[in-house]
Ligand binder design. Structure first.
Ligand SMILES: [Zn+2]
Length: 419
């Protein structure tokens, strides 16, 4: 019986969303929280994009140090042998890759304007898989972009070719959010059966069905005899109407009617980190969490009407499917209403010492001497320049704990590859 794995793509699909972005430290914090949550893999960035290089290598160092462990960090590139080569030149330590190409006639026509056909697409993809395998990738996933508008026969042919060349997963992308739970179930079940490869479900929310499609897809893949990998993003951020929301997917897998009796997550999930992660992503992306967001919205556990309030007061199960404590909610939050000293790009040592002194005693980091504190403060200033907003406590602690990694994350040297 196949199992379900979560691959979060916030640091790839999430950040490529129009009008949104994250600093490299914020991306790193997302990886840290995902790891604490027990997520199998984070698609953590773009290995061929130069401004990602330091960030990617620093995060792979964190993995090596056992800080980002057991989460896997995977890169996303185009399915081109040249891109694989650039990847291994810039980020030689990378172990997991997803190679992406378009498979629908609409996209092949639209992107290549008649210069390439389906056969060419398969050839380019298999050359890229060959290159990745020969350069040492431990797992290679192949993405069929616009898979939901691709004929099943071609998807099967594409998947079989990928498998023959050493790919271990096929990502079925419902790029435009076109599928519904019934169509995706049938398609990916057939794909899993015919190709005999693990299938990733990559669903978008243009018709409001990203989460439902992910769950139906996972069932289809497992019924077809393979492992299912669901792609999610934190708070559902992503292109246009967004991707399948991570917390909603986890809740649906674990709490929806009869699902978890038969279909199981492979990893132990610590749902209690959900609240922290959702709040951080909301702050970092500068997008408020909708008040009716499953699990983490302000109204997710709010009751006003007489009958409902009376019901939950007597027994929460009357009107709640799951408890807020499970998601890590319920701690009172203190909001400063008087004087505030916050970190900024022009902070000085006195203000900085004050801020660090305010951090909870169980998390606090002490400095050996003023020199060390000055060094950390300098990194905090740079991190503020990159984020353009005050750092949160966990970011300050991260910098104080891993100054060398922070330095690498904050290093940007444009155009140093042109020489
Ligand atoms: Zn996408």
């Amino acid at each position: 019986m196949g199992k379900i794995y979560i691959i979060d793509v916030t640091n790839r699909d999430g950040v490529q969303t129009a009008k949104l972005g994250l600093s490299k430290l914020e991306k790193t914090m997302i990886n840290m929280y995902l790891n604490e949550l027990g997520i199998f893999q984070s698609e953590f960035g773009f290995p061929t994009t130069r401004h990602e290089t330091h960030y990617l290598r620093a995060n792979l160092k964190l993995a090596d140090m056992g800080v980002l462990k057991p989460i896997r960090l995977s890169g996303w590139i185009r399915a081109l042998a040249d891109d694989v080569e650039i990847t291994y030149k810039l980020v030689p330590e990378i172990k997991y890759l997803n190679l992406s190409t378009s498979t629908s006639q609409q996209m092949i026509n639209g992107k290549y304007l008649g210069k390439k056909n389906k056969k060419d697409v398969i050839n380019m993809m298999t050359e890229a898989v060959d290159a990745a395998v020969s350069l040492g990738a431990e797992t290679v996933g192949v993405n069929a972009e616009d898979g939901s508008r691709t004929e099943l026969d071609f998807l099967i042919e594409f998947g079989k070719a990928a498998k023959r060349h050493g790919a271990s997963r096929l990502r079925y992308c419902d790029t435009l959010g076109y599928d519904n739970p019934f169509t995706i179930y049938d398609t990916v079940k057939a794909l899993a059966k015919e190709v005999g490869i693990a299938i990733e479900l990559h669903c978008h929310g243009d018709l409001g069905m990203a989460v439902a499609n992910s769950i139906a897809g996972a069932k289809g893949v497992i019924d077809g005899g393979q492992d299912a990998y669901i792609n999610t993003t934190v708070n559902g951020v992503g292109e246009r109407a967004g991707n399948a929301d991570l917390v909603a997917v986890l809740l649906a897998l674990l709490k929806s009617k009869d699902f978890a009796n038969k279909y199981h997550l492979a990893d132990k999930i610590d749902l209690s980190r959900s609240w922290m992660l959702a709040k951080f992503a909301s702050y970092a992306f500068r997008i408020p969490i909708p008040i009716n967001q499953p699990g983490v919205g302000a109204n997710a556990f709010a009751h006003a009407s007489g009958i409902h309030a009376d019901g939950v007061l007597k027994d929460p199960g009357t009107y709640e499917l799951y408890g807020y404590e499970e998601l890590g909610r319920g701690e009172p939050e203190t909001v400063e209403t008087g004087r505030e000293i916050i970190s900024g790009q022009y902070s000085g040592i006195s203000g900085f010492s004050h801020i660090m002194g305010q951090i909870d005693s169980d998390k606090t980091v002490s400095f050996r001497d003023t020199q060390e504190a000055e060094k950390i403060l300098e990194l905090v200033r740079y991190a503020n320049v990159a984020a353009q907003k005050p750092l949160v406590e966990d970011e300050l602690i991260f910098i104080a704990k891993y100054p060398e990694i922070a330095k690498e994350l904050l290093t940007m040297t444009p155009l140093d590859y042109i020489s």
